[in-house]
Ligand binder design. Structure first.
Ligand code: CU
Length: 267
């Protein structure tokens, strides 16, 4: 029984690894400046986890082969050398060192996004998530966002950000239902939620960030490819979650300026 189990386990391990190795790459093509480093890290993590997986499964197979029950075996039941305590210690060290190693090699890419301030000339865009839509706000010619007044949020009058119209900083703000940015220019998003936990995820940009009520969370990236990209909410936020999406349009500088003028005229 032990030997049969060992053989089956080895076959399952080999087939699983073969499926992963022969599979095409998981993500769509990178369209942001930091995306390459992110993919590199992803590959490293994947390979590291695969080595751990193979070693653990083969280790299990070896033990099953060697110590598995045999017909007519009257010897006493064998236990791990040193007893259960050392088995647990080994498991802790094995899993723990894998996690610490991955944290250690992965923190560089993460820190480059979250601990490095955005470029001084970044285009700032405020994002507001609510059940079940995203809205975007550009600061207008004065470069200033008026404050969000939650009590003034009113979908019926399209005041999604709770803008106070008498506030001079808010007067020129441009609110849109999709976001457009010029290519190769750093962007800093200021993420807000008005009701609950939402997610802001653009696969091609390799950005993903939760959006929480009461917090304005900054997130910066530089788009490098002109195109239209899906923005998905990736936190299950209610019955309409499946329908919560918007688009990011990366344009040439010229098209972006035209788009901005057009959006301003719609306010
Ligand atoms: Cu959502």
């Amino acid at each position: 029984m032990g030997k049969a189990f060992a053989v089956v386990l080895t076959i399952i391990t080999a087939v699983s690894v073969a499926i992963f190795v022969s599979h095409h790459w998981w993500f769509p093509e990178v369209a942001s400046a930091h995306g390459g480093a992110m993919d590199h890290q992803f590959t490293e993590t994947f390979v590291g986890a695969a080595i751990g997986f193979i070693l653990a499964q083969l280790g299990l197979a070896v033990f099953a082969w060697k110590y598995g029950e045999r017909k007519g075996d009257t010897r006493p039941i064998r236990i791990f050398p040193g007893g259960v305590k050392w088995l647990l210690v080994l498991a802790f060290v094995y899993v723990g060192s894998e996690i610490i190693l991955l944290e250690f090699v992965g923190q560089k890419v993460w820190a480059a996004m979250y601990f490095t301030p955005p470029a001084a000339d970044s285009l700032q865009v405020q994002v507001l998530a609510g059940q079940f839509a995203f809205y975007f706000r550009y600061p207008g010619p004065d470069g200033k966002f008026g404050p969000i007044h939650t009590d003034k949020i009113d979908e019926a009058s399209a005041n999604f950000f709770g803008i106070d119209p008498s506030d001079p900083a808010s007067k020129d703000d441009i609110v849109t239902a999709e976001i457009a940015v010029p290519v190769n220019k750093p962007v800093e998003l200021l993420l807000n939620s008005k009701d609950m936990d939402h997610g802001f995820y653009i696969r091609e940009m390799r950005i993903q960030q939760d959006m929480l009520p009461g917090m304005q969370i900054p997130l910066h990236f530089t788009p490098t490819k002109i195109g239209k990209y899906d923005i998905a909410c990736n936190q299950l936020c209610g019955l309409g979650h499946y329908n919560m999406r918007a688009f990011l349009e990366v344009m040439s500088e010229e098209d972006y300026q035209k788009w901005l003028v057009q959006q301003a005229s719609l306010q």
